[in-house]
Design a protein around this ligand. Sequence first.
Ligand SMILES: *Cc1c(COP(=O)(O)O)cnc(C)c1O
Length: 433
Amino acid sequence: MTLKPLYKEKPSEPAKSDWLQEGFEHIWLPYTQMQDAALPLPVVDAYGCRIKLADGRELIDGISSWWSVCHGYKHQYIVDAIKNQTQQLSHVMFGGLASEPAYTLAKRLVEISPDGLSRVFFSDSGSVAVEVAMKMAVQYWRNKNNRNKTKLISFHNAYHGDTMGAMSVSDDDDWIHKVFKGYGPEQIRFAVPDENTLEQLAKNVAAIKDSAAAIIIEPLVQGAGGFKFHSPLILKEIYEIAKKNDLLFIADEIATGFGRTGTMFACEQAGVTPDIMCLGKALTGGYLGLAATLATEDIFTAFLSDDYGSAFMHGPTYMGNPLACAAANASLDLFAREPRLDQIEKIQRLLLSELEICRELEIVKDVRVKGAIGVVELKETDWKKIKQAREKFIEMGVWLRPFGNVFYIMPPFTISTEELEQLTAATYSVLKD
Ligand SMILES: *Cc1c(COP(=O)(O)O)cnc(C)c1O
């Protein structure tokens, strides 16, 4: 296999060991056609909003490492929290044994999440948090002796993860999930409605409510499935449709949670409390893998019984890992202590004013901003050009990775005005060319 580095300059200092080249022969990259896969950029350090490469160059991060690193890299407060926890207790199983960071975190998550959510089930990745939510929803009805309500209602352009259940509720026509179309549990998908199609959705849902367990949605912003937005009003209406039809309402806040859309959780803007809520990504500030599925007391109570079989049957090995939970507790401290929501508001203002200029470009279909999410959607998808754009961004010293027909910026909330302006300027410049 020929290896094509993304950049031309040779590393200024010879690498001490060739871990990259040697390891690359054995690595299988995500979402990548390996036949002509470019060699990833070797990273030797990251701090604040900067990613430092082995050749000494630095990239300004506009992706927050898949939207997780919300306080920037190497934040000393989180680093210390993890270090201290390592010296205390790195891991212990969650069955029969308890560790302080997880129990403290559960209490804190309930305190900051929409009123009514009261129980926390920990797992280690967002996809699993979604699987857990789906199993909870189906078993909720089974525990109530209803075995017909099994289907999940989801939406076009949804992305809920890459495991089997999560795929079944994601858009099955997108580039990530297409190959598995028709495999796995069969669910029901509708378009996210607008004011004109709400009534139709209400009718469609009413027609299938007896076989449906829940509606699952990414509130306000659909992420990897195309970065489509809907208003708090629409979200509220979808919630009402779920309630009217005796369906559970699952909010997948894995991408939107922890401030990304301008409030701590996107559901707040619609004033709704989901029956089940999934968290992940920025939960630990992006330092360690951790996810959580929150449920209301109503959901939880449906699992209480003299019959052991009514209990929730799930339990990831690394559930409630103390290191990850210590990082999450530290991250919550930072949200309380540092002006994150103000920073997000400032990012929103800057993205709105700086990306607007992209709208005048012939190839651009739409420009939209919500919280610390800036999106430029193109009229067409051309993967060859997307690849060129990715290379151009690196040459310009920014880390942005458009995909499909979408260019997006989701920076760490701690990004400076100058750094953010470099991201928006690079976006315009690359689109213009
Ligand atoms: C990333 C994401 C997931 C999956 O999380 P993983 O940790 O990658 O498994 C699920 N839902 C949404 C909305 C996401 O953005």
